[in-house]
Design a protein around this ligand. Sequence first.
Ligand SMILES: NC(=O)c1ccc[n+]([C@@H]2O[C@H](COP(=O)([O-])OP(=O)(O)OC[C@H]3O[C@@H](n4cnc5c(N)ncnc54)[C@H](O)[C@@H]3O)[C@@H](O)[C@H]2O)c1
Length: 267
Amino acid sequence: MTQGRLLGKTAFVTGGGAGIGAASALSLAAHGARVVVTDLDAAAAVAVAAQITAAGGQAVGWHLDVTDESEWEARIQETLGTFGALTVLLNNAGIAPTADLIEDLKLSDWRRTLAVNLDGVFLGVKHGIRAMKANTASAGSIINVSSVYGIVGTTRAPDYVAAKGAVRLLTKAAALECSQSRYPIRVNSIHPGFIETPMLSAGLSSMVQRGFFPNTDTAHQVLQSLHPIGRLGLPTDVAAAVVYLASDESAFMTGSELVIDGGYTAQ
Ligand SMILES: NC(=O)c1ccc[n+]([C@@H]2O[C@H](COP(=O)([O-])OP(=O)(O)OC[C@H]3O[C@@H](n4cnc5c(N)ncnc54)[C@H](O)[C@@H]3O)[C@@H](O)[C@H]2O)c1
């Protein structure tokens, strides 16, 4: 592993207290970035930041609800005040679908998923661009976490696929806008298959409770069978892609979608 690929960069991670966000925050720091770990669960963000500092890195852990625009503004300003600049923004925070059919899905549940999984990304992109557009020392990289369900559809997740599909194209719109404005900012999306995180564990338990599967082992096997590579993904599989997109190694990539799915969408 090349160390120092992100030296001098400041990365801001949403939903950094668990799963993909936590693994990404740790990997970004391991490669030399200063990391602002944020989460709705402030204690979880603080714990991940503490893990980074204990390993010799630089990090802070703060509360951020990605649906709250005034909190976004405050946290970005605090980042600039603490570390001087913002260079990497990982829009990772997200919630799972309700697992309802469209005909049963409550409007309030639809709006909640869209608020976190799409509005939250929009607000991050908006305030990320404002903070990064004048960067000179280090170009900016915005990474939006979509899903394989931003590329293909599935049942019982209409709110989730709608949000993730929109994140995929919002990413391209932002990439084009930044390029056209000659801002030093690249914007890309990543599309994980099923990844072993707290969100997945909760989803498996909920599917069993609702009677879709007899037990979590069976549910796990069914999900695994969707991935030709023969296993589900690990948060570190996604974190490696995040580090690449955050680094200058991906300097010619913008508006693109990086798929990390063990072959899920290759079929
Ligand atoms: N796990 C998977 O299989 C998978 C697959 C594809 C995409 N994703 C996406 O990856 C991202 C991370 O998923 P994960 O599996 O690590 O989830 P997770 O539930 O394990 O972790 C998500 C984190 O986001 C935080 N969060 C939730 N709502 C928030 C809000 N309003 N503001 C700020 N933080 C909030 C949670 O507190 C939690 O710490 C999500 O966008 C998810 O949709 C996950």
